[in-house]
Ligand binder design. Structure first.
Ligand code: ZN
Ligand code: ZN
Length: 407
């Protein structure tokens, strides 16, 4: 891939993605796949006047080895220095960039029970630090190709060619055009227009139907609003949490979902695939589920904690989105969620509550925003999907037909 194009992408992540502020600290999480690109992002962050940029390198195979050899007790311990690090971040509020490139099957064979139990043990210890930064910090997830990932998306192609194809797919769907920053301004304005219309309706519930059997009604929180594209942090800084993004999303009312929903794309959860699955909801809760691939893993996911069985997000994406049009299955939520209407199990986004800047996280959750240690998107959109909104003044308004916006 051309250096000038990659440089433009690095700049987009730093400027439109996290919008690094003068004197701010920056943390970059990256795998070992694209060190030269990571270097560009670091340099662009310094050019944007970052005070200090820290790269936290990951190597996916190590995750497997740690889980295998560490005792349950060690895996479930948060050491004092780790707590000090969390506290430091809560104090200085760095912005965080995640450059993802993992192998979608990279954790296959890992002891999931051990991993899940240790995550459950650690969660309450690190939760206060995470809550302190919720809605306060700018963050951005963007992607770079990894060799195993590229081979998964382009099977049968030689490694070098597959990597090149994946770069092309990432850059085109991320709108890295002649002037990516201007392209993102226009894209954000467009998403905002759609959200404004949806918010003008006063939606009480959404009813999803599709030929595959999906028939689900989800209740909305009266104070919640549809959001899309750029967000504003509690420090009043605009940022784009996802590059790419095509969705208008909202956090639904905890406890208000009835019916059944069928997945339309595979989900990579904790480095393993769950595919061709369904979830049935009663009183907002997932009461039963099944899958042709990974049924047990799905059940584990839904029982990670109490909130894991409740919905955290309803997102609307037309079948004509550039990512859907690429015809590719990325086996990666950042991309696949932007090719299709989706739901998420687990944590909801408090920043979808109007006026959340003047409210505490607890106050937002009391209104019906779900809380959980997980937030897992799964795809439900297809070309037969229809969505009808019932408004608070009793009207039915069609907002999606045959997988496309009705307005
Ligand atoms: Zn989403
Ligand atoms: Zn999500």
């Amino acid at each position: 891939m051309k250096k000038t194009v990659l440089r433009a992408y690095a700049k987009l992540i730093v400027q439109s993605g996290v919008n690094v502020q003068k004197g701010q600290e920056v943390i970059i999480h990256a795998d070992l796949d694209q060190p030269e690109f990571v270097q560009m992002v670091v340099e662009e962050a310094y050019k944007a006047k970052a005070k200090k940029v820290t790269v936290e390198w990951n190597y996916q195979p190590l995750a497997k080895i740690h889980v295998r050899y560490q005792s349950m007790k060690t895996l479930s311990t948060v050491t004092e220095w780790q707590k000090a690090k969390y506290q430091h971040n809560a104090d200085v509020v760095p912005c965080v960039i995640h450059l993802i490139s993992e192998d979608p099957d990279g954790l296959k064979g890992m002891n999931m029970e051990k991993l899940s139990k240790s995550r459950q043990a650690i969660h309450p210890i690190i939760k206060p630090y995470k809550d302190a930064l919720e809605g306060v910090q700018q963050w951005c997830i963007a992607a770079v190709p990894g060799a195993a990932w590229a081979k998964k998306v382009f099977p049968g192609m030689p490694k070098g060619k597959a990597m090149e194809k994946l770069w092309e797919a990432i850059l085109s769907t991320s709108r890295v055009t002649e002037d990516p920053i201007a392209a993102w301004q226009a894209h954000n304005a467009d998403l905002k227009k759609r959200c404004d219309y949806l918010n003008s309706l006063g939606i009480e519930s959404l009813h999803y139907t599709a030929d595959n059997g999906t028939d689900l009604t989800v209740g909305m929180i009266p104070q919640a609003v549809f959001c899309g594209g750029a967000e504003k942090s509690k420090q009043n800084i605009w940022f784009n949490p996802n590059i790419p993004t095509e969705e208008c999303f909202i956090s639904p009312m905890r406890g208000k979902a009835e019916g059944i929903v069928y997945s339309t794309k595979p989900l990579s959860y904790q480095g393993q695939i769950i595919d061709k699955f369904w979830i049935r909801f009663e009183g907002g809760k997932a009461v039963s589920s099944g899958a042709e691939v990974g049924a047990e893993l799905l059940a584990t996911m839904l029982s990670m904690d109490e909130g894991a069985a409740y919905l955290g997000e309803c997102a609307l994406v037309p079948e004509s989105s550039p990512i859907a049009q690429s015809g590719l299955l990325f086996y990666n939520t950042l991309f696949d969620e932007n090719a299709s209407c989706h739901l998420a199990m687990g944590m909801g986004y408090a920043d979808t509550i109007a006026g959340h800047h003047d409210m505490t996280l607890e106050e937002c959750r009391k209104l019906g925003i779900n809380d959980s240690m997980i937030h897992e998107d799964f795809m439900i959109g297809c070309d037969s999907m229809s969505i009808t909104a019932t408004t608070r003044d009793g009207k039915n308004v069609e907002i999606f037909k045959n997988g496309e916006w009705s307005f």
